[in-house]
Design a protein around this ligand. Structure first.
Ligand SMILES: [Zn+2]
Length: 205
């Protein structure tokens, strides 16, 4: 929907309310500040190193991101309960808020398809109750584990990559795929959802 509106605005060659592109131009005080598109991308694919650096130095952008995360908690309509079966994961719409994460390191995959460690930092608020909760991984990494926490950082140890990642890494040195992590006692009722691109490489042979 947003993309379509963007296309229409480009086609007519103007933006309402002045020259600013409401989606692509930065909103904060500097030209490095995040645009609305940047914020949507970050919540879908995780923060890049450049995003992380700006987040650490710009209070205006930090505040926008924290507000976006707080506003992301969608109300669960009563009807939805009939659309999904019991125990079926409701990806991204389970009433859980979104968090923003930054993953600083490549995930090294061994020959058995195991990743020894995935490091992540949550840039939005972390409630203490999350620590100790299980996290369920979807996408390129699969399984449920209880991460190790150090402040806002957490480490996921000894998880298996999907058979697709194993297959692709037989032919390519590196591979990037978006992953989703759901924190909570059960995958059908997550307490926090984070999305992040994960970069994989195989161990040196
Ligand atoms: Zn900024």
């Amino acid at each position: 929907m947003e993309q379509r509106l963007d296309d229409v605005l480009k086609k007519i060659g103007q933006f309402p309310g002045g020259k600013k592109d409401p989606f692509a131009d930065p909103y904060g005080p500097t030209s490095n500040c995040f645009s609305s598109n940047d914020i949507v991308r970050m919540f879908e694919l995780g923060a890049t190193l450049r995003d992380r650096e700006h987040f650490g130095t710009c209070e205006a952008c930090k505040e926008r991101i924290v507000k976006h995360a707080e506003a992301s908690q969608p109300p669960v309509p009563a009807r939805r309960k009939r659309w999904f079966g019991l125990g079926e994961p409701i990806l991204g719409v389970g009433g859980a808020p979104l968090g923003l994460v930054y993953s600083p390191a490549t995930c090294v995959v061994d020959q058995q398809g195991m990743v020894e460690s995935i490091a992540m930092e949550i840039l939005t608020k972390v409630s203490p109750e999350l620590m100790g909760m299980e996290v369920t991984l979807n996408g390129p990494v699969v399984g449920s584990v209880v991460p190790e926490w150090k402040g806002n950082r957490f480490y996921i140890r000894n998880v298996r990559v999907s058979s697709d990642v194993v297959r692709i890494l037989r032919e390519h040195r590196g591979y990037i795929q978006p992953a989703q992590l759901q924190f909570g006692a059960s995958a059908s009722a997550p307490r926090l959802i984070v999305n992040c691109n994960l970069e994989f490489s195989r161990t040196a042979e």
